[in-house]
Design a protein around this ligand. Structure first.
Ligand code: XMP
Length: 333
């Protein structure tokens, strides 16, 4: 494993002083590695890619080119927040690509979850590669690889079977081969967060709950349609707002809405109102391999139900999924 093995002597990063020392060392190392060359980074807005972006902005400033691909499956305001922070506040070279139509057109009519994942992963590479080709003279690709990713790929190489194909980003095409810059590859997630805070990233971004690469694509169950995807995005935003207000957001590892491709009969303004159900999922886990259900107080469930059914076009019921993992996985797809 060589440089991919965390040395036994490496202390766990817990304090700001340790994080500052790590940042200073990485700045030196990255500068020595890339010289005056250009570096490209796919910036999703997740914790890992955001920390790498902030670190590289400190190390090499405008030599870094961040590409944010909006695949149309982001949560409400997510892409807007990435642009506001990295372009607006951190003055990064940010290339924002709204690829919503490309993704949704390819996904139209595709109901199988693994096919959806494959399409999203493959298209992501293509959109990113298109942008990379437009930028002349890029020598390096930065990645937010962290230590568990390295450990997991060792396990997979050893033949362990995965339940879902979680790995969204495969390799780039042959004509685009770069040297890798992976400044946080020996860090565990909790250390990445400490480093993120030391870099001055907002708390909400550093402690953001995990969000799958295929995004809302695996929560808009079955074949995705724009109207159901919009309903899901709005319902999810209400859930997050209410979890934030009640303090539950700090206590629950992952929470979201899933919307199945099923309609039920309801009644609104005295007439028939067919709509989809919004399913609430809120789980706690240490490593995502098993998960337990977080108890949401009834009063809060009522409030969320009231808001979603009144404010979101197309939703006429709210359900609460009480299934642990196993037997249910965390996502529905
Ligand atoms: P499951 O549904 O397998 O999810 O219990 C475990 C964790 O993995 C996330 N997840 C994904 N992450 N690409 C990702 O990057 C995916 O295709 C994917 N599918 C599930 C899920 O959100 C949970 O945190």
């Amino acid at each position: 494993m060589g440089a991919n093995k965390r040395p036994d002597s490496m202390a766990r990063i817990v304090t700001k002083a340790q994080a500052d020392a790590f940042i200073a060392a990485q700045i030196k190392e990255v500068r020595a590695q890339v010289g005056d060359k250009k570096v490209l980074l796919a910036l999703s807005g997740g914790v890992d890619s955001s920390v790498v972006a902030a670190l590289l902005i400190k190390a090499i400033g405008k030599q870094l080119y961040c590409v944010h691909v909006n695949h149309g499956l982001m949560r409400k305001n997510e892409s807007e927040n990435v642009v506001a922070l990295f372009e607006g506040e951190l003055d990064a070279n940010l290339i924002y690509v709204d690829a919503t139509d490309r993704f949704l057109n390819l996904l139209a009519g595709v109901a199988d979850p693994e096919s959806k994942r494959k399409i999203i992963g493959k298209e992501f590479i293509e959109v990113f590669a298109d942008e990379a080709r437009k930028l002349a003279g890029v020598s390096f690709l930065a990645q937010g690889t962290i230590y568990p990713d390295i450990l997991e790929s060792i396990e997979q190489a050893a033949g362990k079977k995965a339940v879902k194909s979680h790995h969204n980003v495969g390799g780039l095409p042959e004509d685009l081969q770069f040297d890798l810059v992976e400044p946080i590859k020996l860090l565990y997630k909790d250390e990445v967060r400490v480093v993120g805070e030391a870099l001055g990233l907002p708390h909400a971004m550093v402690y953001r709950q995990p969000f799958p690469g295929p995004g809302l694509g695996v929560r808009c169950l079955g074949a995705i349609t724009r109207d159901r995807l919009n309903a899901l995005r709005e319902a999810d935003a209400i859930l997050r707002e209410e979890f934030d207000k009640s303090g539950l957001a700090e206590k629950v590892w992952q929470f979201f809405i899933a919307v199945p491709d099923v309609k039920s009969v309801g009644v609104k303004d005295g007439g028939r109102y067919e709509g989809w159900p919004a399913i609430i999922r809120a789980v706690n886990t240490k490593d995502a391999m098993t998960a337990t259900i977080e108890e949401i107080p009834y009063a809060l469930l009522h409030k969320i139900t009231e808001r979603i059914t009144h404010e979101v076009e197309g939703i006429n019921r709210v359900l609460y999924d009480l299934t642990p993992k196993p037997i249910g996985t965390i996502e529905w797809e």
